[in-house]
Design a protein around this ligand. Structure first.
Ligand code: ADP
Ligand code: ADP
Length: 232
């Protein structure tokens, strides 16, 4: 589903060149939950931004669903990006829009008609367990509920891949647990492939089939979670 081959990304700064990712190769298979773990500064965000096509690698190849996406023209890039949903540590909800609109606004930028849009908002709010919160504003929701809205917003685009950038890092342990269970359900029941980045080992142990460990821009270890860490 996602294949990175010899991907490197460097940034030029006043202090010189920063090698954020250094020769990373990994493959995320269709239907699995793949985790990337590492300390702050390891290069996880930069890596996931290369998958989300927000960042272009300096070297190497990124293949998504059998399509090489480095150097794609803008129009085709947009097509591939539609297959990818993303959630973040900070939720990224619009404070001045209610839950319904937070999910609907990005859909209005696509070809989805009003009827289908309504259907999707209702369907995905139900899947995340917030069907009674259509009219609430983000400020009235807990952190876990905000993340559920963000997940519904990502799912409403009906992506094949869901990327998660530290989605549970701002949440308490019980809320983290419930969001991880939701991600498992999305993976199993909707068949969505998930790639997540985290600095928390328990996130990997609870839901990831396979894991890559990053340090200083490099993947230092990669394999099945059960082989790398004992299950929690
Ligand atoms: P992580 O997500 O694991 O914390 P990042 O990918 O955010 O790691 O960062 C990896 C390294 O690349 C860090 O040293 C960071 O400061 C640097 N970096 C990330 N983005 C940029 C950028 N846009 N410009 C310069 N340096 C960057
Ligand atoms: P996250 O919360 O996902 O880890 P960061 O706070 O690391 O994100 O980065 C947010 C933005 O800042 C990203 O666009 C990243 O590329 C950029 N960035 C990160 N580190 C640096 C840096 N040292 N210099 C410049 N930009 C950076």
């Amino acid at each position: 589903m996602i294949k990175l081959s010899n991907v490197s990304k460097s940034f030029q700064t006043k202090k010189g060149t920063i090698q954020a990712i250094d020769d990373v190769s990994l493959e995320v298979k269709k239907g699995e939950i793949f985790g990337v773990i590492g300390y702050s500064g390891a290069g996880k965000s930069t890596l996931i931004r290369c998958v989300n096509l927000l960042e272009a690698p300096t070297f190497g190849s990124v293949v998504i669903k059998d399509k090489e996406v480095t150097n794609l023209p803008a129009e085709e890039l947009l097509q591939v990006r539609r297959k990818i949903g993303m959630i973040f540590q900070g939720f990224h909800l619009l404070k001045t829009a209610n839950v319904y609109d937070n999910i609907a606004i990005p859909l209005r930028l696509t070809e989805v008609d009003k009827e289908e849009l309504d259907k999707r908002v209702t369907k995905y709010l139900k899947i995340v367990g917030l069907e009674d919160k259509h009219d609430a504003y983000p400020g009235q929701l807990s952190g876990g509920q905000k993340q559920r809205v963000a997940i519904a917003r990502a799912l409403a685009q009906e992506p094949e891949i869901l990327l998660s950038d530290e989605a549970t890092s701002a949440l308490d342990p019980e809320t983290t647990e419930s969001i991880l269970e939701l991600l498992l359900k999305i993976n199993k029941e909707l068949g969505i492939t998930i790639m997540l980045i985290t600095h928390e080992m328990n996130v990997i142990q609870k839901i990831c089939d396979r894991v890559a460990v990053m340090e200083n821009g490099k993947v230092i270890e990669q394999g099945r979670t059960v082989d790398i860490y004992a299950r929690a």
